[in-house]
Design a protein around this ligand. Structure first.
Ligand code: SF4
Ligand code: SF4
Length: 263
């Protein structure tokens, strides 16, 4: 694993003993993992921050490179081939508490916005998890640390959904199919047609994030989406390789129409 991660530029990872407390979604866990005995998990960070050009962007930072699931799947495959070990892997769509595992591994602090914040890469990190089906040398979980608690994310959130309120995050709204006109208006309180980065942008712990060392997240960047770019992605059959592609073309057209009507 060290050799693979070093080659890729993945600097921050920890292997921890398996614990049932990491299971968030019991049904998903039972469906995908019940056949296997899990001994340990390796939790690791895939930073994705890159400095943006001067032009304004309309996509969330996490969605400007190609889909991180594509990168993760490829990494998992490489690890299995090299180690000969059967490994279960999760990134984002996961039955596990990924942030909890990363905090146990000492990979950052817990932000008031629920995100993991790393001292070098800020909250601009994807969390990956490999579940090992053989015994591994493990580290001891460390006590969790919290962010500054300054409340800037709470104040900066246009939907006021940080800190216990049940209001809907605008990022989720950009991914909702068949939105009403009201919801379209609500979505436009953020600046983006896919995702929302506002609570991350105002966070003082994100002031000077380092750029990602992972080449995958520095190539084929797309800062803006409009009708012609969408058309091109559809024609080339590459929409599914983008993190904003999974909800389909129709929703993206609705988002583009909403945001350009606003502009
Ligand atoms: S992503 Fe946007 S809407 Fe969601 S919590 Fe952060 S600031 Fe609020
Ligand atoms: S803005 Fe302040 S309260 Fe919010 S995550 Fe950052 S440090 Fe924590």
């Amino acid at each position: 694993m060290e050799v693979l991660f070093k080659k890729e530029g993945i600097e921050y990872y920890t292997t921890l003993p398996w614990n049932e407390k990491y299971v968030k979604n019991k049904d998903m866990w039972a469906n995908q993992c019940k056949e296997n005995t899990v001994f340990a998990l390796t939790v690791f960070l895939m930073p994705y921050y890159v400095k943006e050009p001067l032009e304004e962007r309309n996509l969330s930072r996490y969605a400007i490179a190609k889909d991180y699931h594509v990168y993760f799947d490829c990494l998992l495959k490489q690890y299995e081939e090299k180690s000969g070990e059967k490994v279960l892997g999760f990134c984002d769509h996961s039955p596990l508490y990924e942030v909890e595992a990363a905090l146990d591994g000492g990979l950052g602090v817990l932000g008031k916005n629920g995100l993991l914040i790393h001292e070098k890469y800020g909250s601009y990190v994807f969390i990956g998890i490999f579940l090992h089906t053989k015994p591994m040398v493990c580290s001891i979980p460390v006590p969790h640390k919290e962010c500054l608690g300054c409340g800037a994310c709470e104040q900066g959130c246009p939907a006021k959904c940080i800190g216990g309120s049940k209001k809907r995050c605008l990022s989720a709204l950009t991914q909702k199919k068949n939105r009403t006109q009201e919801e379209d208006k609500e979505m436009l309180r953020g600046k983006l047609l896919w995702g929302c980065d506002l609570c991350q942008e105002v966070c003082p712990l994100n002031r000077l994030p380092c750029e990602t060392p992972l080449s995958f997240f520095k190539e084929e960047l797309l800062w803006n989406l409009d009708e012609s770019i969408l058309e091109r992605l559809v024609k080339k059959n590459t929409l599914s390789q983008r993190a904003f592609g999974w909800r389909g073309e129709k929703l993206l057209r609705q988002n583009i129409a909403a945001i350009y009507k606003k502009g």
